[in-house]
Design a protein around this ligand. Structure first.
Ligand code: RUB
Length: 324
């Protein structure tokens, strides 16, 4: 039998190396890994199990520590486990919550596609950035409803997730035009609507997504092209309600400079922030599984998602059991 920790390590490695990527996917796979770890845990000592779970949660979270979806996926899977009296009931709860999180994530993505696709005007040329399954499923649904004629897919440097997007669209038979990121403003006059995903939505309605998203939003705003974000509610950040800032992941120099010849740039400072923040004033709609919300309604979504009544206080935060 596989060591319970081994599978977690494999998932953690895959998230770190980006063979598992995208905000929803990393959250779902982390949740699945915790579920698998828990169900194959052999012992019955409650404290040992708690300690092991905390280590698993931290290890998975450390793979992309700034990803709010990952954090929320882990927290929702482990929610309330500390209140269970023995290992058997803890395992039962984790199995149920892991299943529920993954099923809900799937349902959410389908719901977003259903709702968001109706916002795409008939005969549209759509622009998307990076590789978001929430955005792509929405575009696919709109295409089947006869609303999409062409999809512009940006390259999304440095990692070129746009290539994954272009291949995915080609596989589905959806017409695609590939462009490099700096060409977005040049082509904006041909675009009817921008549809992107989100890594995080903050309490003030800003959207954190692949680097370059905010420049696209700016160009769309300038040309009065609607800018639509597709985001499941588990991408909303509860912590930002209390004023926390979302940290932007920097993936280091090798993706920017040639990985084959790093010495070519010896001495150069290389920055590689892989996400950026698009302020709410450039966002026309955020499509969630609960419906379409204005970015200014983000706080309400966070309250609904975390079943929070009344004001959030630091006091409340301190007394909460915390896995991460
Ligand atoms: C992916 C990215 C995607 C969001 C949403 O970044 O920015 O737009 O994660 O994706 P990376 P989804 O490749 O660095 O993970 O809708 O699939 O959750």
């Amino acid at each position: 039998m596989k060591d319970p920790a081994q599978e977690v390590e494999e998932v953690a490695r895959s998230i770190k190396s980006m063979s598992i990527r995208g905000a929803a996917m990393i959250a779902r796979e982390a949740s699945r890994a915790i579920g698998g770890f828990s169900s194959s845990w052999p012992g019955s000592d409650r404290q040992k199990f708690m300690d092991a779970l905390r280590k698993v949660a931290l290890d998975l979270h450390s793979t992309r520590p700034t990803a709010v979806s990952l954090r929320n996926g882990i927290l929702l899977t482990l929610r309330g486990v500390e209140t269970e009296k023995d290992v058997a009931s803890m395992k039962e709860r984790i199995a149920a919550q892991s299943r529920e999180f993954r099923e809900n994530a799937e349902i959410a993505r389908e719901g977003i596609a259903e709702i968001g696709s109706k916002r795409v005007p008939k005969g549209s040329t759509v622009l998307t950035h990076c590789n978001s399954m929430a955005a792509l499923n929405t575009i696919e649904r709109a295409y089947h409803d006869g609303r999409v004629e062409m999809v512009f897919s940006t390259e999304s440097r440095p990692w070129r997730q746009g290539h994954i997007t272009a291949r995915w669209l080609l596989d589905k038979g959806i017409p695609v035009t590939m462009i490099v990121d700096p060409a977005v403003r040049h082509f904006m006059r041909d675009i009817d609507v921008v549809v992107v995903g989100a890594d995080t939505v903050t309490a003030n309605g800003a959207v954190i997504n692949k680097i370059g998203t905010s420049q696209i939003a700016l160009a769309a705003h300038e040309s009065r092209v609607p800018f639509m974000v597709c985001a499941e509610t588990f991408k909303f950040s509860k912590e930002t309600l209390l004023g926390s800032l979302v940290e932007i992941e920097d993936r280091g120099p090798t993706e920017v400079a040639s990985p084959m010849r790093p010495s070519d740039f010896q001495g150069a400072r290389i920055l590689n922030p892989v996400f950026d923040a698009t302020p709410p004033e450039y966002i026309d709609a955020i499509v969630t599984e609960l419906g379409i919300v204005s970015p200014y309604m983000a706080t309400e979504v966070i309250r609904e998602m975390f079943e929070m009544d009344g004001p959030v206080t630091l006091e409340g935060k301190r007394t909460q059991f915390s896995w991460l």
